[in-house]
Design a protein around this ligand. Structure first.
Ligand code: TXA
Ligand code: MG
Length: 377
């Protein structure tokens, strides 16, 4: 898709600090949506690029503004679980049980779609992805617009999802009608996506709602192998988003599976011009190369990952060694995004240091020429 061919739009920046008071900004954003325009708006996960989900032309403009492949379906955002039946059919009772536990919040559920949802929104599929966001600003804008809001993440296709309005300004200024600034997103990675149109139910994208939490309601939930592994060539993508390049900064990222000490030792031993560490707080004191810390626990890591990936580009990082997240809780979502940002470059230092050919094993440093492509399919 050619970004340069998108018609220029005069973008307004609308700031909402208090959704109860800043009603003029909310009404303006809602009116733009109702009239077929494009609005980047905050949700608790990441900023979304919203348009009226029932308006095929408005939805087409989302794809153009983002440079998104047209077969990659959009999530529709509503405010109340009861509205789901307007847009989806054959809704199983467990959908409402899930809503009672997790909605509003970072969970998206795929269901068979009704006619009213245009093919542009569903990317040509017979299903629709529905989410009920909890962010008060998103909720107020959707409620005031009075339409379901289709919203992918508000980034240019291929770059990290935006977690601040500044990220949206960077990617979409002049391409959308408004950007609503309500500060940093609290979760930081996109919603968990599950399909109830599949049998057994299928988790397609991990997020803050974890497989363990979901299995209380869906004991037979299957986690798609592409959550942690590369989709095979010619393999059908159950979720079209799986097959596209994602979140990739310019630098080559390698994920290092290691404890703090081993990670720090390895990174310091391989220091070179343009190398950055993407690390956790516990690694910071020992590092002798420039670094960005994602914080202390999985929640911190989720919140800061996408901003960190953007920052690495700004700093001109050429190569990045990233500490591998735990994969516990929301850590699985962090791992899922990071492994894509790293183009599946991952190295298990625990294994490498035990290799007999490893002459520097006392320093925990794999021998030169160690392959980082072990996970590459
Ligand atoms: O947290 C989020 O989910 C954010 C905020 C803005 O709500 N939105 C978001 O949208 O991340 P997007 O478009 O960037 O990611 C949606 C993912 C894509 O991978 C898409 O392929 C998948 O969900 N998806 C959407 N509808 C689908 C469907 N009917 N069947 C299978 N996958 C679907
Ligand atoms: Mg996205």
């Amino acid at each position: 898709m050619e970004y340069s061919k998108v018609a220029h739009r005069d973008t307004v920046l609308l700031t909402v600090t208090d959704p109860e008071k800043d009603t003029a900004a909310l009404d303006r954003a809602a009116a733009i949506l109702k009239n077929g325009g494009l609005v980047a708006l905050p949700t608790e996960t990441v900023y979304g690029l919203g348009a009226n989900a029932l308006d095929p032309q408005a939805v087409k403009n989302i794809f153009l503004a983002k440079g998104r492949p047209q077969d990659n379906p959009l999530i529709i955002h509503i405010v109340d679980p009861q509205q789901a039946q307007l847009y989806a059919k054959d809704i199983p009772p467990v959908y409402y049980e899930l809503c009672r536990r997790f909605s509003p919040g970072p969970l998206t559920v795929i269901l068979p779609k009704r006619e009213i949802i245009p093919m542009e929104t569903s990317g040509g599929l017979e299903t629709v992805a529905i989410r009920i966001p909890s962010h008060p600003v998103a909720r107020e804008i959707i409620r005031r617009a009075g339409v379901p809001v289709a919203a992918p993440s508000a980034n240019l296709s291929g770059s990290p999802s935006p977690t601040t309005a500044e990220h949206c300004v960077h990617d979409l200024w002049g391409r959308v009608d408004a950007i609503v600034d309500a500060g940093e997103c609290s979760v930081g990675v996109e919603s968990t996506v599950i399909s109830l149109a599949a049998n057994p139910p299928l988790l397609l994208r991990p997020g803050a709602v974890t497989p363990a939490q979901l299995r209380e309601f869906l004991p037979d939930l299957v986690v798609h192998h592409a959550v942690t592994d590369k989709l095979q060539e010619n393999e059908r993508a159950d979720s079209p988003g799986m097959k596209y390049k994602h979140y990739a900064p310019k630098a080559q990222i390698t994920i290092l599976d290691a404890g703090s000490e081993q990670f720090v030792r390895y990174v310091n031993a391989h220091a070179h011009e343009g190398l950055y560490a993407l690390c956790f707080e516990e690694d910071v004191a020992g590092l002798k190369v420039p670094y960005i810390s994602l914080g202390r626990d999985e929640k911190d890591q989720a919140k800061h990952l996408f901003a960190a990936l953007r920052e690495l580009d700004e700093k001109g990082a050429k190569e990045v060694y990233a500490r591998c997240p735990s994969r516990q809780g929301v850590g699985l979502a962090v791992y899922n995004r990071l492994i894509r940002a790293a183009a599946f470059h991952e190295c298990d230092l625990n294994e490498e240091t035990q290799a007999p050919s490893d002459q520097n094993s006392e320093a925990g440093v794999p021998a030169a020429g160690t392959s980082f492509e072990k996970r590459k399919a």
